[in-house]
Write a protein that binds this ligand. Structure first.
Ligand code: NDP
Length: 288
């Protein structure tokens, strides 16, 4: 038996097209396009590629892209002043500060300066609190993309046993909150968890966000489980996930590949969040 391969690339393309249509309707109603501002400090090559791809996806979805590339020696005060200007700019619906920031800048100080209503990355503590308490807010893009893939494959998730491996603020914790919101029974595991495989053995849903190449073995999985691999690890063998794909594909019911699984969903969810922000900021209802 071999698992169904979940095609995140195709799903993400459809989502980007849907958002493009929503943005065109928004522009007709509001007299302006939704706008996303992306801020990059320094010249980290991977970050530079991410920012370029985000800009392309934004324009491709009929939105305005405002790119701010600042030198590595930019001071925290200068960066905060830019965030303040973007917060006040009515053409900007969403603000994203690309991480990591240079070490002389305190990330949390910058992230909490972004207006929660323009925080399309969903990293502001106010949005984390909204997610945890069931209020409308912005949900971090990667876990949101994972949830969309899970719902597309499984339908209703209520009652499913879900194990999230990893507890970071940007993936593991919001993922667990989203699964809880869907009425899954959620277990969060991390580096201090004893006998990880004992938890995985009973999991209908596994979301792996660890950062260790091919750590999760097929033999640890429940036969038929749906496995979402968030990991992006650069190895000599190329890009690999946190799940050992070759052994997992023989046991799982469905699995995301790396690359081509969760990765493309992140940017698609970013532009979706920007479209939602634009509607909220302009007071226009969004009913699809
Ligand atoms: P972090 O390094 O912030 O968190 C990793 C988590 O894994 C931590 O909670 C850590 O536990 C846990 N962990 C470490 N070792 C083990 C272990 N042996 N057993 C169980 N848990 C363990 O990573 P991120 O959440 O930011 O990212 C995770 C992966 O996802 C990375 O490969 C990253 O590249 C990828 N990623 C992909 C994205 C995409 O768009 N597809 C977006 C974001 C990330 P503890 O808290 O105890 O240290």
């Amino acid at each position: 038996m071999s698992a169904e391969i979940i095609d995140g690339k195709a799903f993400a393309k459809q989502l980007r097209e849907r958002v493009g249509a929503i943005s065109a309707d928004f522009a007709a109603a509001a007299g302006r396009k939704p706008g996303l501002a992306v801020v990059l400090v320094g010249e980290d090559p991977a970050s530079s590629v991410y920012v370029r791809n985000k800009g392309k996806a934004t324009i491709g979805a009929n939105m305005e892209s405002f790119e701010h590339r600042l030198p590595a020696e930019t001071s925290q005060e200068e960066l905060l002043a830019l965030v303040d200007r973007l917060n006040a700019d009515p053409a900007v619906d969403g603000i994203l500060v690309q991480l990591p920031l240079p070490s002389h800048i305190h990330e949390q100080t910058v992230l909490t300066r972004i207006s929660p209503d323009k925080d399309v990355d969903g990293f502001h503590p106010v949005n984390a609190g909204r997610l945890a308490t069931g209020l409308d807010g912005f949900v971090p893009c990667t876990p949101l993309g994972c949830l969309m893939l899970l719902k597309d494959r499984i339908g209703h998730l209520a009652g499913e046993q879900a194990v999230v491996v990893g507890r970071s603020n940007i993936v593991g914790k919001p993922m667990a909150q989203l699964l809880l919101r869907e009425s899954c029974t959620v277990t969060i595991t991390h580096s201090r968890t004893r006998d990880l495989f004992e938890h995985l053995r009973t999991a209908d849903i596994v979301v792996a966000a660890v950062g260790i190449p091919r750590m999760i073995q097929g033999e640890w999985l429940k036969p038929g489980a749906t496995v979402i691999d968030v990991g992006i690890n650069r190895t000599e063998a190329g890009l690999v996930g946190d799940v050992d794909f070759d052994s997992a594909v023989k046991v799982a019911g469905a699995i995301t590949p790396v690359p081509g699984g969760v990765g493309p969903m992140t940017i698609a969810c970013l532009i979706r969040n920007t479209a939602v922000a634009a509607h909220r900021n302009a007071g226009i209802a969004l009913d699809r």
